[in-house]
Design a protein around this ligand. Structure first.
Ligand SMILES: Cc1ncc(COP(=O)(O)O)c(C=O)c1O
Length: 402
């Protein structure tokens, strides 16, 4: 075997040895939140989704997609650098800027690319900038800050304002600084202390960068996000988001001041050297964004279901992680093999699909099941989930004892 393949095989073997090898369940959504396992034809209920409002499977989206294909075809004309911007791209950017109370916006193919591309571009452009990042920030943020030599990165403990302030105190007032954090952390369901972070940023002359990936659509007026819900979106300098979660499609964006957006548009490799989002997709995103601007129905139903499920989990003494203050409800397991066993037990015995979350997505020893409910889950679905979880924890147990 060639040395390269030997090295790759060695890495995979190591993952398997640690129990961290990732097996992806083959699963086809049929009638969301119901799905079919093609290997067994079994119908299961999905309890691990980021399509938080079920919009990706709603009949309005399905109708608009066939109309959009008819009107715009499926492809795009190239990168925006070469093929230009369609009026739909411009309209979506204007819409997202307005939603987040900002001067301008820029579209990316994914939310990952928006974080990674923007942060690495800023690191390149502002040479001596210090990036101060929450320790639980997403891989796309971590990667964006990793790519540049000379980029100074400091990590503050999750949601720890004292630690953040200690770090800020060590940096010269005039040195450019950016504080980077998320509004809703998708593995814990915790939420950021946005108001306090803004206060510190102002006091220490820093700008703020907020990832609202798990909050747009779900919180705020018309789905404008968690900072908007707190009335603070106007005070955040850069807001990043995705169309792949609550908006039910795919794609990402940043919003901010005109100069920031123009700089990223002009220098960001992830933006310049890639094919633009097909106008067909942009038209569906626009339809979904506008729909969620005017409809509260999905958000209200989601919150009712979240409260209902949260109370049931607590009532049945299931180990709901108490950090959760959002629609994401993680159940603590604390050991990699048990978290996989519980997920497999639920799938095999109860037709419940829930994802076990392991390292490196979370720290070792904090493995968990990541549960997210949607407006489309019924009371029967909730009862069935609780029944299955109670049985699984009794059989497999928190400590692996039967
Ligand atoms: C906090 C956070 N930011 C960014 C992303 C990337 O977004 P996308 O899935 O649109 O690439 C994710 C993906 O799950 C995420 O959890």
């Amino acid at each position: 075997m060639n040395i390269i393949y030997q090295k790759l095989q060695g890495e995979i073997n190591q993952l398997k040895l640690n129990g961290n090898y990732r097996d992806f369940t083959q699963i086809d959504v049929v009638d969301f939140p119901q799905a079919k396992l093609p290997t067994s034809d079994k119908v299961v209920t999905i309890w691990s989704t980021t399509d938080y409002l079920g919009l990706g499977h709603n009949s309005m989206t399905k109708t608009s997609i066939s109309k959009a294909v008819e009107q715009y075809g499926t492809g795009t004309v190239g990168s925006r650098n070469i093929g230009g911007s369609s009026s739909l791209h411009i309209k979506l950017e204007e819409t997202m800027a307005e939603i987040h109370n900002k001067e301008a916006a820029l579209l990316f193919s994914t939310g990952y690319g928006a974080n990674d591309g923007t942060l690495s571009c800023l690191a390149q452009l502002i040479g001596d900038c210090v990036f101060i990042s929450d320790e639980k920030n997403h891989a796309s943020i971590i990667n964006g800050l990793r790519q540049r030599a000379g980029c100074i990165k400091k990590i503050f403990k999750h949601n720890d304002l004292c630690h953040l302030e200690q770090i800020l105190q060590t940096i010269d007032y005039e040195t450019p600084k950016l504080i980077i954090f998320e509004s809703v952390y998708s593995m814990d369901g915790s939420v950021a202390k946005i108001e306090e972070i803004i206060k510190l940023a102002k006091q220490y002359n820093a700008l703020t960068y907020l990832d609202e990936v798990h909050a747009v659509g779900v919180y705020g007026a018309g789905g404008a996000g968690y900072a908007n819900e707190l009335g603070l979106d106007g005070q955040i300098d850069i807001i990043q988001g995705t169309f792949a979660k609550s908006y039910g499609v795919v794609g990402g964006y940043i919003t901010g001041s005109r100069v920031l957006i123009d700089a990223v548009r002009s220098f960001c490799s992830n933006f310049i050297f890639t094919t633009s989002m097909p106008p067909m997709l942009v038209s569906i995103i626009l339809a979904n964004v506008n729909y969620l601007k005017s409809s509260n129905k999905e958000r209200i139903l989601l919150q009712q279901n979240v409260n209902n499920l949260r109370q049931n989990l607590l009532k049945h003494k299931l180990p709901l992680m108490l950090e959760s203050a959002s629609h994401i409800l993680p159940i603590f397991v604390g050991e990699i093999n048990r978290s996989k066993q519980i997920a497999a037990y639920l799938l095999n015995n109860y037709n419940i699909y829930v994802q076990a979350i392991n390292y490196p997505s979370v720290e070792k020893g904090t493995e968990r099941l990541r549960i997210s409910i949607t407006p489309l889950h019924s009371q029967d679905d909730i009862n069935h989930l609780i029944y299955g979880l109670v049985d699984a924890f009794a059989k497999i147990g928190l400590n692996g004892s039967n």
